[in-house]
Design a protein around this ligand. Structure first.
Ligand code: 475
Length: 828
């Protein structure tokens, strides 16, 4: 019998956790594989190997992390706390390797250990702790804050289940739970000794303190424990690592022990379940609020954890509570954490014994609020009875804030009771509601929109009353995205090409790509640009084949629409365009037409029937178009399932045409639009959100504009818009609509798409028909220009060269200067 060979233990030498030579990294990976992951080189799956590599990278972050904290402490800096119910981080490994400048040595170490870094990177399951734009923006901002040296902590929820993963079955979306922690999470560190307690329900009672002052305290009915999990966020070659602190809810044994002891086992377990449910799952609704209790419990949970944590850090640094606002700037990422305004008041007044005026001075100099959406259905409001039963003390505090606030309103606008009732934090009409946007505006010293148009519309419409009372509070900060993840990590080929020509300074100063402008006129450079673009498209082509079984032509135009599925984002307008082309080809099979591949991706909220029907429509059209011999090779339609950050990283670089076709006035900013253009895609878009600013930056001649303006949208609707009249007068539109209703794309089922068609014909609230012809004409210009590949490349290069403004570094500088009043530091 063969002798059993035991794998030899590895002897750790001193620098194995910090050194970055290839030899040291190899030792470190094997060491982590053996002692942390608990397997051997020979037996390790790629998944286990990924974990060992991740631990090896994390080890090299820790010293920076502690140095950063020490430095912040020593310099007694003001810290930004970014409160967000969502952080859509995407996979960490590749990004950390770039930011730490470890990519090459790790690639080599991994190769010498017999694995491929690309394959290892693919093992990482991304933490899908967000729905879309808002959560991803928070992630880009963390990257920029660490890069710029802005002292910052991201606070949120460590959901056990993130955004569902999407499968397509028979053309329909099917949701599967996302247990992203299945294989553990090597990036996070649990810090149970920094746990805090969070109460719910119960009642309030008055008492008199030793100075004879009347005080109120909250006696919650249940208490849960919040335990922080920290993930270090490293800046791009800044040596800085900030902290993302996500809270997990657990039960406080002591609390439920009474019930257990008294024999109420059921009750004890129910309490445990209540506690554990709070951080269980991310709500998958983007831009729509359902007023669910658990959602309010989640919001209060992480907000209270965050505020208690800040106060602990503040006091631990030897400071007095009354200087809190000098040291902390809290950014509310939409209204989801806006209960923080009442919670900070409660902590200061009830727990720390400050008087109301002092507490309000602190609170109202601490918070600022970013609004992310103009959709009325996304403005959060909670039924007052529900609010009272979950947060009775907070409702009292809100009533007091409101009473004082409304008397200020009355002073300014004497006799204008209609205004008073619009501005009240409590909606007193009929069933009563707590309006969170009003609370956020009252409690914040700055309120910002996320693109110039959006901020103007906030001032003019959604938050007009607040703007009229406090014009100085309102400010615009146009969104940005990080060029590290969205260009360098996602598109290494194009990045290398750019770096060869202009150096790598663009990675933290995106304006440097301006130097590429001159190269747009250089035929050799354009040829190189196209070669690179083709390689990138081949990569996506392979992925598409693997993921969907559909083979697409990498030399066709990649025309891409990826984002959450929403009626206002108008994925169905894109379908109308595809069908218009389809019928042209059916009529004239020999029509000359540059082949196009239409790529869609995005999730629909599980309860949003119309959005799900749009997915079904896309897949139904794909089924017919992709198999019709008349159009073969000229039109291909693909719905990429399970669009997430990782898939975005594959898609943006490969796009030729970026579809940004929302109804003007509806998309607050958009950020995908920026990722596409940075990667050299040309945009076809409406004058909406940040499209307007992108068009100004890249040059109007390098942008395909169509559609009504926000003003025209309003007046069209006001004048009694009749979509059916447009349908009746436009034969091409009629052909498309009739074909869908005839059942041509639904196996003769004439009812399947009826809800969608009825809505378009009868009300069309997002004005697809009004914009239809303009969109088609504009797409024809796109086709025309695409035939001239030299011209297309010129425009693409100019787009990539002129996107400097849309780096999240610029956004963060603006927040730092105009809102947070924090200074970036360099390491001491
Ligand atoms: C805008 N999400 C984009 C992006 O600013 C903008 C709302 C409620 C509950 C859960 N999620 C949400 C949003 O409102 C959202 O993602 N908004 C988006 O924010 C960043 O670029 O135009 O639609």
């Amino acid at each position: 019998m063969e002798k059993l060979a035991f794998p030899a233990p590895i002897v750790q030498i001193e620098d194995d956790r910090t050194a970055t030579s290839v030899e040291a990294l190899k030792r470190a990976i094997l060491d982590n594989l053996y002692y942390i992951v608990g397997t051997t080189q020979a037996n390790a799956s790629n998944q286990e190997f990924f974990a060992a590599v991740a631990y090896t990278v994390r080890d090299r972050i820790l010293a920076r992390w502690f140095a950063t904290l020490a430095c912040y402490k020593q310099q007694d800096v003001r810290v930004v706390c970014y409160l967000s119910a969502e952080f859509l981080m995407g996979p960490h490994l590749a990004n950390n390797l770039l930011n730490l400048d470890l990519e090459e040595p790790i690639r080599q170490a991994v190769a010498e250990l017999g694995r491929d870094l690309g394959v290892i990177e693919e093992q990482e399951s991304e933490p899908g702790l967000g729905n879309g734009g808002l959560g991803r923006l928070a992630a880009c901002y963390l990257d920029s804050m660490a890069t710029l040296g802005v002292p910052a902590i991201g606070y949120g929820i460590r959901y056990e289940f993130g955004i569902f993963s999407q499968q397509i079955r028979d053309g329909w979306q099917v949701e599967l739970t996302d247990y992203w922690l299945r294989y553990g999470n090597p990036w996070e560190i649990r810090h149970p000794h920094e746990a805090v307690e969070v109460g719910y329900g119960g009642r309030t009672e008055g008492w008199t303190d030793s100075t004879g002052r009347y005080r109120v305290r909250w006696v919650p009915a249940s208490v849960v424990r919040g335990v922080p999990y920290n993930t270090p966020i490293v800046g791009y070659r800044s040596g800085i690592a900030n902290d993302l602190r996500l809270w997990r809810s657990e039960s406080t044994e002591s609390f439920y022990f009474d019930r257990f002891n008294s024999g109420d086992y059921q009750g004890a377990v129910a309490g445990k379940t209540f506690a554990e449910n709070i951080s269980k799952v991310l709500y998958p609704n983007d831009e729509e609020i359902q007023g669910k209790e658990l959602r309010l419990q989640q919001q209060y949970f992480f907000t209270s954890c965050a505020l208690q944590d800040m106060i602990r850090l503040h006091l631990r640094a030897g400071r007095q509570i009354d200087t809190f606002h000098e040291k902390w700037a809290i950014q509310l990422n939409d209204t989801h954490p806006s209960i923080g305004v009442a919670e900070l008041m409660r902590l200061l007044v009830d727990e720390h014994g400050l008087d109301w005026e002092k507490a309000w001075e602190i609170t109202s100099n601490t918070f600022s609020y970013t609004n992310h959406t103009l959709l009325p259905e996304a403005l959060e409001r909670w039924p007052r009875p529900m609010f009272a039963s979950i947060l009775p003390r907070h409702l009292e505090i809100i009533n007091e804030i409101n009473a004082r606030f409304l008397s200020e309103v009355r002073k300014h606008f004497d006799g204008d009771e209609a205004r008073v009732s619009r501005m009240s934090i409590i909606d007193e009409h009929g069933e009563k509601f707590v309006r969170m946007a009003n609370l956020a505006c009252v409690g914040s010293y700055r309120v910002n929109g996320v693109a110039a148009l959006h901020t103007e519309l906030l001032k003019k419409e959604v938050l007009r009353d607040f703007y009229e009372l406090w014009p100085e509070k309102f400010i615009n900060v146009t969104n940005g995205v990080t060029p590290r993840r969205w260009l360098a990590v996602s598109n290494p080929e194009q990045s290398a090409l750019m770096t060869r020509r202009v150096g790598n300074g663009w990675l933290n100063n995106l304006d440097e790509l301006k130097q590429l402008e001159g190269l747009a006129e250089d035929a050799a450079f354009r040829a190189e640009w196209r070669r690179v673009q083709h390689d990138v498209k081949v990569r996506l082509t392979n992925y598409i084949l693997e993921a969907t079984g559909i083979s697409v032509d990498p030399s066709s135009m990649f025309d891409v629409l990826v984002k959450r599925i929403h009626e206002y984002k108008r994925q169905h307008l894109k379908v109308l365009h595809i069908l218009t082309l389809y019928f042209r080809l059916k009529r004239k099979p020999n029509l000359e037409m540059a082949p196009r591949t239409f790529l869609f991706g995005g999730k629909a909220a599980p309860g949003y029937a119309m959005a799900k029907l749009i997915i079904k429509l896309i897949n139904s059209v794909a089924e017919v178009v992709n198999t019709d011999p008349d159009v073969k090779h000229r039109l291909k339609v693909v719905f990429l399932p399970d669009y997430d950050v990782s898939l975005g990283q594959k898609v943006y670089p490969a796009a030729d045409l970026s579809e940004q076709i929302s109804t003007a006035g509806k998309e607050a900013s958009g950020t995908g639009n920026m990722k596409f253009a940075m990667n050299g895609a040309l945009t076809i878009g409406t004058l909406d959100g940040a499209n307007i600013e992108i068009r100004d930056a890249v040059g109007h001649e390098n942008f395909f504009l169509f559609g009504l303006t926000a003003d025209q949208v309003q007046s069209t609707l006001a004048q009694g818009y009749r979509p059916r009249a447009i349908y009746e007068s436009n034969p091409f539109l009629r052909e498309v609509i009739d074909s869908i209703s005839s059942g041509q794309f639904s196996h003769r089922d004439q009812n399947l798409f009826r809800p969608l068609l009825d809505q378009l014909l009868n009300s069309d609230p997002y004005l697809l028909f009004a914009d239809y012809q303009s969109y088609i004409d504009c797409q024809d210009r796109v086709t025309e220009i695409y035939r001239d590949q030299e011209q297309w490349s010129r425009m693409a290069i100019l787009n990539a060269a002129r996107m400097g403004k849309f780096s999240s570094d610029r956004s963060i500088r603006e927040y730092s200067e105009n809102i947070w009043r924090v200074a970036a530091i360099t390491l001491c």
